[in-house]
Design a binder for this molecule. Structure first.
Ligand code: GAR
Length: 209
């Protein structure tokens, strides 16, 4: 009998979002178009009931759930989210406009297996309205960052960044639109890198092997 060739395990994504969901849709489109072989979305979770992103997940026929966080203790809400992710056997969590800090327990449940995207070149301009912050500061280069998630805001080890020039003709909205286009490319590339597995995280440094 020929030796059995091990087939690569699929990467099961859990997407967390709070709003529009364009990064989620960009990931879904990359999967559909064959740019992320072996990657599948197994659950989309929103912490906001009326998030357009969760409606989009329903329209795509993807498993989805709303776990409202408002008014709940972080530890309790996070425990429910982690349980649902585990139930769906998620092995990579992608925060896609998920506007909440994760508890230590959540981060520990998926070590180096939670990604976030942020619309600035971190460590500049963490937090809300990063594009407006960058525009108001007068930077000449802006961009986005995909990083591993820890318990601090927009903080963990950086996986990749993409830049855009800030033009004299920009306003914060035009700049945000151009950054968003780069976000959509960056998240797919970041997932592909994690799925490929040829890297290690040394302290704050993501290093390709
Ligand atoms: C994106 O610009 C994302 O980078 C940002 O929220 C937006 C969500 O848009 N995330 C953060 O600011 C995280 N600190 P989307 O819902 O269309 O993907």
């Amino acid at each position: 009998m020929p030796a059995e060739i091990p087939t690569p395990q699929p990467i099961r994504l859990g997407i967390l979002l709070s709003g529009r969901g364009s990064n989620f849709l960009a990931i879904a489109e990359s999967i559909r178009a064959g740019r992320l072989p072996g990657v599948e979305i197994t659950i989309v979770i929103s912490n906001v009931a009326e998030a357009p992103g969760i409606e989009a997940a329903a329209e795509l026929g993807l498993p989805h759930a709303v776990l409202v966080s408002k008014g709940r203790k972080r530890a309790e809400h996070d425990a429910d989210v982690v349980a649902l992710l585990k139930e769906h056997k998620v092995d990579l969590v992608c925060l896609a406009g998920y506007m909440r800090l994760l508890s230590r327990e959540f981060v520990a449940a998926f070590p180096h297996r939670i990604l976030n995207i942020h619309p600035s070149l971190l460590p500049a301009f963490p937090g809300l309205d990063a594009q407006q912050q960058a525009f108001d500061y007068g930077v000449k280069v802006a961009g986005c960052t995909v990083h591993f998630v820890d318990e601090e805001l927009d903080h963990g080890a950086i996986l990749l960044q993409r830049t855009v020039p800030v033009l004299d003709s920009d306003d914060a909205h035009r700049l945000a639109d151009r950054i968003l286009a780069e976000e959509h490319i960056a998240y797919t590339e970041a997932i592909a890198r994690v799925a490929g597995g040829e890297y290690e995280v040394r302290g704050r440094r993501y290093v390709r092997k």
